[in-house]
Design a protein around this ligand. Structure first.
Ligand code: GDP
Ligand code: ZN
Length: 448
């Protein structure tokens, strides 16, 4: 792939189906000629021309607006043509076919944005944010994706990258003077530089993890004995009767999913079958899935009651420390206890009643916080691959620190920093493989 495409791509950029307006977008070197053929004269840059779009035989296809954005001041950095017609699938298909007759070919998914990336209009994290913005399912997710598209995340990555390179240059300079290398690497300034880099990285990782949850929604696995009140609680949170509530133990056999938006924050809840040993084949399958659900979750919500809590805590045993844990003591109405909550043993404890609704608001607030709410104005969106890359950078910096503290082997430290730099560069695409680009842009919708 190169930054200067020789062919011209075209696609319907608007949603399919009947709509007031539909858009065909074209990008590439043939755009001026295509615009001229459709308009009958040279199109003025960035001017809305009212035009009659005709097929090769001169028959009218539609009337609409024609806009030419000359290179490089366009979305892709190439000549771009936008044809706005009536939002009819039939008309737009004919218009698209006409544009292809005039020298364009159909665009692959994400190809416009891929060209924008290759032409340096946006970096890889910004390009991904474009797709995330289009796919956003919550207000907070859309706001965060917009921040990333604007480059908020990329600029932080870039700043870190520059600091990393500066440190690497320092250390590599020391390697070139073997007599002084040991003293040089023991220099507190180097250690301080590395320390501040690690602190900044840890902060960026936290922000990126929050961004990932804003983007994907917080995945919450609800676990507990049959009849603990999991479905009732899900209903209380969702505000409707979407899960099956049944007084007989073991009703929710499969994993029941619910997407919730709590004040614009996305949650993906999975109500698992009760986790208990059973001989029933169907139920055993449900239990197996529940364990899988827990392994993938960002947070585990144990639903139990005052009587069973000591026993049920074992359901949260063996979870990765990255999974946030909440213990909800349900059915407080039976004990005439009052709703409250506290943090203890690294878990959030809540006393509530799915039946009366007491304490459900507190649960909602805690879930919102875990889902990334309260990150402030600058919250940006992130993807899992970004978080993984930042974790790799952190591991390389840890090893750099260990090398400097013990062996003072400059070559080893420099190599760790080189790898850290590479992992960081993958986020914005300063280092990227065709496979990675293919996977990222291939998941876009057509016309973007
Ligand atoms: P699940 O098997 O964990 O999904 O439990 P369900 O939500 O199906 O509830 C099992 C039974 O407990 C139903 O009869 C519910 O009405 C009842 N239940 C759920 N929550 C409460 C609660 O807070 N108080 C009382 N008294 N009963 C509840
Ligand atoms: Zn249930």
């Amino acid at each position: 792939m190169t930054g200067h495409a020789t062919d011209t791509i075209a696609a319907v950029a608007s949603a399919t189906g009947a709509a007031g307006v539909g858009i065909v977008r074209v990008s590439g070197p043939a755009v001026p000629a295509i615009a001229r053929a459709l308009l009958g004269r040279v199109a003025q840059p960035r001017h809305a021309h009212f035009a009659a779009f005709r097929d090769a035989a001169g028959e009218l296809i539609d009337r609409g607006l024609l806009l030419h954005f000359p290179a490089p001041a366009s979305y892709t950095g190439e000549h771009v043509l936008e044809l706005q017609g009536h939002g009819s699938t039939v008309l737009l298909d004919r218009l698209l076919r006409r544009v292809c007759e005039l020298g364009a070919r159909l665009a692959r998914p994400g190809e416009f944005t891929e060209r924008a990336f290759l032409n340096g209009k946006l970096d890889l994290a910004q390009a991904e944010a474009v797709a995330d913005l289009i796919a956003a399912r919550s207000q907070a997710g859309a706001r965060a994706a917009l921040q990333s598209m604007e480059g908020v995340f990329s600029r932080k990555v870039e700043a870190l990258l520059q600091a990393l390179i500066a440190l690497r240059v320092h250390i590599e300079a020391a390697i070139d003077f073997p007599e002084e290398e040991i003293d040089f690497l023991a220099n507190p300034a180097i250690t301080a530089q590395l320390e501040s880099l690690r602190v900044e990285l840890a902060e960026l990782l936290r922000e990126a993890q929050r961004g990932l949850r804003l983007n994907d929604g917080l995945k919450v696995a609800i676990v507990g004995r049959p009849n603990a009140g999991k479905s009732s609680l899900l209903n209380a949170l969702a505000g409707s009767d979407r899960a099956i509530v049944n007084a007989a133990a073991g009703t929710t056999r499969d994993v029941l999913r619910e997407s919730l938006s709590l004040d614009g924050i996305a949650l993906e809840l999975a109500d698992t079958a009760g986790l208990r040993e059973t001989d029933d084949e169907v139920e055993r399958e449900g239990v197996r899935r529940a364990h899988g659900e827990l392994a993938r979750a960002d947070a585990a919500l144990l639903v139990t009651d005052a009587q069973h809590v000591q026993n049920d805590l074992s359901l949260l045993a063996g979870l990765s420390p990255n999974v946030k844990r909440l213990v909800l003591i349900n059915k407080i109405d039976l004990d005439h206890a009052s709703a409250h909550h506290e943090s203890r043993d690294g878990m959030i404890w809540l006393w509530a009643s799915a039946k009366t609704g007491a304490g459900v608001d507190a649960l909602r607030e805690h879930l919102k916080q875990l889902a990334g709410a309260g990150g402030g104005e600058g919250s940006f969106s992130a993807r899992r691959r970004h978080v993984v890359a930042l974790q790799q950078v952190a591991a390389h910096l840890d090893r750099t620190a260990a090398v400097l503290a013990t062996s003072r082997a400059g070559e080893l430290a420099a190599e760790e920093l080189r790898q850290a730099q590479h992992a960081l560069g993958e986020i914005t695409g300063s280092y990227s493989s065709d496979d990675l680009l293919g996977a990222i842009f291939g998941s876009f919708c057509i016309g973007k």
